[in-house]
Ligand binder design. Sequence first.
Ligand code: HSE
Length: 423
Amino acid sequence: MRLAAAFGKIKEGYMYMTNIAILGFGVVGSGIAAVIEKNALPIQRMLPDGINVKYILDKRDFPGSPLADRVVRDISVITGDPDVSVICEAMGGVHPAFEFTMAALNAGKSVVTSNKELVASFGDELMSAADKNGVKYLFEASVGGGIPEIRSMRTSLASDSILKIDGIMNGTTNYILTRMKNDGVSFDAALAEAQSLGYAESNPTADVDGIDAQRKIIILAAVATDRLAADSSVYTETMTKISALDADAASRCGMAVKLIASYAALDGKMSLFVCPRFVKGSNMLSHIDDVFNGIMLSTEMTGDVMFYGRGAGSYPTAAAMVSDVVAAAKNSAELPMKWKKAEDGFVIPFEENSFSYYIRIKADSPAVTGESVRLVVGDAETLASSPVGYAEFITPKIKEKDMRAAVSGGSLGEVESLIRVLD
Ligand code: HSE
């Protein structure tokens, strides 16, 4: 009887398919099923017997979906099924995603994820559990949606050192900034559009306050250094204070306002932060618009390497996860990662970084204000065509702590906007 059942499976090719389970059937989870269906032929070049979605774990039912009969509520059905070799975690959030991922890894199943919050919080523990169980924990989709920067850092750039990363890593905020700049759409309307397009987090404050980008730069810095920084050590500034006056000033100086996440290696430590920047026109990041992300790596041997593509959305993110399923099923070789939590002091205090700044000061006389600004920050450039009642400057590079002291001490007058410049 058992043999006959097994024979039936072999005949259908079922035993040779890569059986997967999808945890969370929302924007990304349903995209995984769609990618597997639409791209069955390209996937079969790598996995000739294809991928079968055996289970979907979700609280909801999906009547009418061709996969409605795969829905289960209990993770142990999935972890206890020896046919399932790879689990796609697209639930988001830390709990119960952490517990489910740990259970899957300990049951000898590889896990692929788009969950940046989980990877940025517990990537070290999950990676170590994967290693102990001889399986994979892969997270290409957690940063940059469909852009293959993590695998590239671990394969093609494996012989190089990543010295610096600057990137637009949040599609929602880039979409909002672009719509505000190009089409005069209000912040709230642009955010609502990003939500309806499936770009935003379920709680979009994570997007607009820079938390999503913070998680992503923590992950990329860990890929570069094997050190997982605590979120509390990463200075993170909201983009909600960016105004039309800021966007206009940036255009007048040939720059664009972007939410930039940055990492730099510094004498055995690192600098790590997220904040809105005036990005100079000579930097390719200033030209990346809409939902697109751009990630610029500066490496020791190769120099600058730029990644560009769709950083959010169902299909790009799902396609990256399905590629991770293929990598896990093929057990493909990548630079092994063994992350440790970054020790205290590994991330330098934000105040120790130096920047050039855009400053807008309420002022009756730009000329008089310019003299006092130059006394404090040195040879600042005065912007032309400032709005009436304001003086605007681009300062030379100074330490963040000195700039903060100047602003809070009142020596620059009434500063309405202070935005760091990215060369
Ligand atoms: N909310 C994220 C973004 C989704 O807008 O980039 C992709 O991580």
